[in-house]
Design a protein around this ligand. Structure first.
Ligand code: PLP
Length: 395
């Protein structure tokens, strides 16, 4: 049996997988079993921000594996404390809780907000979330995810969740009240089609959250860790949340998640109220430290911003070349969406055949979230492949 047959027979069919199996990676390149080379402009969906087989990451994993992989949170963990400090010193945060994934971070943030609210008033447990959002697949995370397809058949959902329209302040005002404990929002909706929040919108959410004494939660699971050209996307907006959730790129592929909080929100979770066996273990946090140190090296984020602008410019060029297929480009830094005038799954498949990895979100948006270490030449290579694919469709 080969990997395709074995997957078919023994792995639950929760994914529609492409018939490709990568066995090795280096920087922005992946190699399959036959030695075919692919330019990775997806990075495991915004996870491998430092690229594949980054020497400092590989070294940290090897060294830590020889020292200590895991101990219980009943004890102090050197690397956990150090990573928490690094995150706080580079953000609005004052305290961090570590877990293992994005959904788990959001799950914890929702618990935190509910606890915060119900300590004020037992009726203050509502969460305001947004249509077209994505927050993960656990029950609370999927409840606040504003896309019906993710929760269909899994009801009843968590009570007390109200949905508003992204970038529409009036719709928020129509659902928020003194019963609101938290407002959860992505600064740039990722799975919803790479849709950035307007600055006025996030500012208004900050004011509304303050007015109703609710916690403002930014889900930066996808936008965080340098992806948008700032360490965290909120830093583009001059708006600070009370709580921020992280995961994806924080471990560059080693599973890790985090809840970052300030002020009263940082003091809500007391002994016994929340926990995770693996959360913040020596291996994951050792890697997180390397990621944070690489991202905060002088000039790194400026480079991301410049390369993001370059990729955007080239994508805008494609929009001009293929007006019958393409509509516009949106996003920030190296988190960009190329909006198509039709469904784009087949474009993704054709690009893969030609050695370019991208994906399709919200049905008609081609998403580009390459490793942040991508070079200008690699960006040009990717655009070249995409152009060939588009030519074959433009006819
Ligand atoms: C990927 C993602 C999640 C879910 O993360 P998992 O690690 O898959 O649970 C949550 N929120 C956002 C914005 C994401 O992009």
């Amino acid at each position: 049996m080969d990997v395709f047959e074995r997957t078919e027979k023994f792995v639950m069919k929760t994914y529609n997988r492409y018939p490709v199996c990568f066995v090795r990676g280096e920087g922005c390149w992946l190699y399959d079993k036959d030695g075919k080379k692919y330019l990775d402009m997806l990075a495991g969906i915004a996870v491998c921000n430092l690229g594949h087989a980054h020497p400092a990451i590989s070294q940290a994993i090897c060294e830590q594996a020889k020292e200590l992989l895991h101990v219980s949170n009943l004890f102090h963990i050197e690397t956990q404390a150090e990573l928490a400090e690094l995150i706080c010193k580079n953000s609005f945060g004052e305290k961090v809780f570590f877990c293992n994934s994005g959904a788990e971070a959001n799950e914890g943030a929702i618990k935190l907000a509910r606890r915060y609210g119900t300590e004020i008033n037992p009726e203050k447990y509502e969460i305001v979330a947004f249509r077209q959002s994505f927050h993960g697949r656990t029950m609370a995370a999927v409840t606040v995810t504003g896309q019906g397809k993710y929760s269909e058949g899994f009801g009843p959902m968590l009570p007390g969740v109200k949905f508003a329209t992204f970038n529409d302040i009036d719709s928020v005002l129509s659902v928020v009240s003194d019963r609101t404990a938290g407002i959860i929002v992505e600064p740039i909706q990722g799975e919803g089609g790479v849709v950035p929040a307007d600055e006025e919108f996030l500012r208004a959410l900050r004011e509304i959250a303050d007015r109703f004494n609710a916690l403002l939660i930014f889900d930066e699971v996808q936008t965080g860790i340098g992806r948008t050209g700032k360490l965290f996307a909120y830093q583009h907006y001059g708006v600070e949340p009370d709580v921020m959730t992280l995961a994806k790129a924080l471990g560059n592929g080693v599973p890790i998640g985090a809840i970052v909080a300030k002020g009263k929100a940082a003091e809500v979770l007391k002994p016994g109220l929340h926990a995770s066996t693996f959360g913040g273990n020596p291996l994951a946090t050792r890697v997180g430290i390397v990621v944070m140190k690489e991202m905060t090296k002088p000039g790194f984020l400026e480079e991301v911003e410049e390369k993001g602008n370059y990729l955007k410019e080239l994508l805008e060029g494609l929009v001009k070349e293929f007006p019958q297929l393409l509509e516009s480009v949106r996003g920030k830094g190296l988190m960009l969406g190329l909006v198509c005038k039709r469904e784009c799954k087949d474009i993704v498949k054709s690009a893969l055949d030609k050695g370019l990895i991208i994906n399709c979100t919200a049905g008609n948006v081609l998403r580009f979230v390459p490793p942040l270490v991508i070079s200008r030449e690699e960006i040009e290579t990717g655009i070249g492949i995409l152009r060939e694919v588009l030519e074959s469709y433009a006819g």
